[in-house]
Design a protein around this ligand. Sequence first.
Ligand code: SF4
Ligand code: SF4
Length: 181
Amino acid sequence: MKVKKKIKTIKVVADKCNGCRACEMICSAFHASPKYSSNNPERSRIRVIRDPLSDIYLPVYAGEYTPAECMGRDKYVLDGKEYGECAFCRASCPSRSLFKEPDSGLPLKCDMCEDDPSQETPLCVQWCVNEALVYEEREEEIDDGSEALGDMETGVASLVDKYGLEKILDTVARMSASRKD
Ligand code: SF4
Ligand code: SF4
């Protein structure tokens, strides 16, 4: 069955980014626990690839978690600027430290600042005074049940990949029993 869904996108106008990293600061503060209690760019779901000597400032959003790194590497040259390997890749992947929660190692993914009540526009967009990040919304028909994994499912999937389903289930059963005691 088809259902209507609001699709939220953020257009990255990389030419306007000056590498100030305000987007990283607000994203990590918003996702701190408790909210706004700290800021650490390592926890941000947007990271800015910076190479000032080559005039490269590229904001990249954390996308899907992947348990396996790809077999090849991409390198792009655009307008004479050479971008590092995987610069445009959004995956939380075993081959690099980007988009992993620094304490737990669990994958990070942009959730468009999910909140209750929801933000009018994502915080990184609000904080980007250079308008390098532009928020857009549209409606699309999608298959019912084809929603992307949320934070919780993504984290559990990565733990299952690392330790195996049986060990995770054992641990949850043990934790739940000890909490009832
Ligand atoms: S806040 Fe805007 S200008 Fe600053 S680093 Fe982020 S995307 Fe670039
Ligand atoms: S939209 Fe929200 S969650 Fe996503 S990168 Fe921007 S501040 Fe972080």
